[in-house]
Every structure is written in structure tokens, then in C-alpha cells.
Design a protein around this ligand. Structure first.
Ligand code: DGL
Length: 266
């Protein structure tokens, strides 16, 4: 039987933080990733532009046989996941900033939410806050420099520390004891963020929860890969394959994958 891949997409290389969780939980599954680095960042772009890119990438992934699609980008999820579900017959899993678990963890009633403008602007975010954190103080902050660093494969050193200090220090000064990483690029800077925050502040993201959600969905839809096939991991980019080749070993150390330019996505 054919081993159809799980399609995974992001504005760039950030969604690899979700891919590595999916691979750790479901090592038998083939994965096909598209990073839209030529159009990165999505965060400051109008919703219609993000949606158009996400539909084009979804068409591409489905044409290549994807059995489900993980929208491994908070900005793309906010902009497009509902229209994707209405338009295509395959299952979609999207991202959501970890506001609910953060609300359960905070003792200072102050939570820092790091996410892009696109993720924070939508109705969906307001609904999330109203449902789970209505009485708490949420300090939100887009960190576009984090996206640039991760796209360049820079995960530590002076530049990374400087950007992290700049964005995270104000949250600590306001008494935040939980920091939500609400953009899939940001978990790659978690070690630098945790160096600054220390052990008394929780830094959380939803990559592992999304991987569990993907597993549940494969189970209910009877879509698990057959046991006897060899899984393949294909990582493609609309940007420069050279940059992908340099950044990938830092983002996913030890993971064996085919790295390629995504064909026909402009
Ligand atoms: N990785 C994307 C997200 O989760 C956004 C980064 C960007 O393109 O601005 O929101």
C-alpha cells in the first residue's frame, strides 16, 4: 500500500518545530513539508494574501498525495484554517497559542503572549482570551526579529540574546510568570529565552499538543501509514535551497530528510 505523507506548511522554517514533534510521536509516517520562505514573514501581511498563499500550498501538497494537512503556522491558521476545512475533503490541524494552559499555570495572573500581528489581530484570538483568560492580564508582543533569526538558522549567540532580551525583558518586568510562544518559529529560541527567564517562569508552546492531535485524527480517520513501508521526510522551500541546507541541521539536528526547492509555487 502507498505511504501517503502528512502535509505540513508554514510561512518558512518555523513549522519545523512542529514537524519534529510529529516525527517524534509518529516515526512511521512520511512527512512532506513546505516552508514558504520566499513569502516570509506572513505576520505583517493582510489576511487575504496569507490565505491565497496557504491555498496554493495546500493544492500543491494534495497534488503530491498528502492525506491530511497540518497548518504549522499560527498566522496561517488564523487566516485560513476555517476556509480550508470548508474547501477540501481532507482533515486539517491548525495551531492555537497556548493561552488555556498558560491560564492554568500562572500565579501572578500575568501572561506574556509572543505571537505575530496576524495571530493577535483576529477575532479568534479574542475568543480564545475570553474563553480561558478573561480575568487575567495578557501582555502581547510580536517578535519579527525571532522569525528572521530562525529563517537564517541563528538560534544562539549575541544577536539571538539581544533580540530575546529586547522582547522578553519587558514581560518579566511586568511580572509575567508564563510566556506563551504563539508562533512556530519562536520555540527554536526557547533555550535562549529560558536562559533569560530562569526556572520560575514557564515557557510553553503547542507543538507537542498538535502532534498528539494529528495522531488522534489519523486514528479516527483510519489514516495511519501501513507498518511495512519506509517513511520518507521531504522538506521543501519556496526560498533558497542553500539557506535551507545550512539552517536545517541546526533546526532539526540528526533528522535525515530530502531537502529541495518546492516546485511551481512561485
Ligand atoms: N511561523 C509563523 C506563525 O506561527 C509566523 C512567522 C511569520 O511568517 O511572520 O505565526
Amino acid at each position: 500500500m502507498q505511504n501517503r505523507p502528512i502535509g505540513i506548511l508554514d510561512s518558512g522554517l518555523g513549522g519545523l518545530s512542529v514537524l519534529r514533534e510529529i516525527h517524534a510521536l509518529l516515526p512511521n509516517e512520511s512527512l512532506h513539508y513546505v516552508g514558504d520562505s520566499a513569502w516570509c514573514p506572513y505576520g505583517p501581511k493582510p489576511v487575504e494574501d496569507i490565505r491565497a498563499r496557504v491555498f496554493a500550498i495546500t493544492d500543491h501538497l494534495l497534488a503530491l498525495g498528502a492525506k491530511m494537512v497540518v497548518v504549522a503556522c499560527n498566522s496561517a491558521t488564523i487566516a485560513a484554517v476555517e476556509s480550508l476545512r470548508a474547501a477540501y475533503p481532507v482533515p486539517f490541524t491548525g495551531m492555537e497559542p497556548a493561552v488555556k494552559p498558560a491560564a492554568a499555570l500562572t500565579k501572578t495572573n500575568t501572561i506574556g503572549v509572543l505571537a505575530t500581528e496576524a495571530s493577535l489581530a483576529g477575532e479568534k484570538y479574542l475568543r480564545l482570551v475570553n474563553a480561558h483568560a478573561r480575568d487575567l492580564r495578557l501582555i502581547t508582543r510580536p517578535c519579527p526579529e525571532f522569525v528572521d533569526l530562525v529563517e537564517a538558522g541563528i538560534l544562539d549567540g549575541i544577536e539571538a540574546r539581544h533580540a530575546v532580551n529586547f522582547h522578553v525583558m519587558p514581560l518579566l518586568n511586568e511580572g509575567a510568570d508564563v510566556i506563551v510562544l504563539g508562533c512556530t518559529h519562536y520555540p527554536f529560541l526557547r533555550p535562549v529565552i529560558e536562559q533569560l527567564t530562569g526556572p520560575d517562569v514557564a515557557v510553553i508552546d503547542t507543538g507537542a499538543a498538535v502532534a498528539r492531535q494529528v495522531k488522534r485524527r489519523l486514528e479516527t480517520d483510519n489514516l495511519f501509514a501501513p507498518e511495512d513501508t519506509e517513511p520518507t521526510i521531504r522538506i521543501t522551500t519556496t526560498g533558497s535551497p542553500k539557506i535551507l541546507e545550512r539552517a536545517f541541521p541546526k533546526l532539526c539536528p540528526g533528522l535525515k530528510a530530502d531537502l529541495k526547492q518546492a516546485e511551481g509555487l512561485g
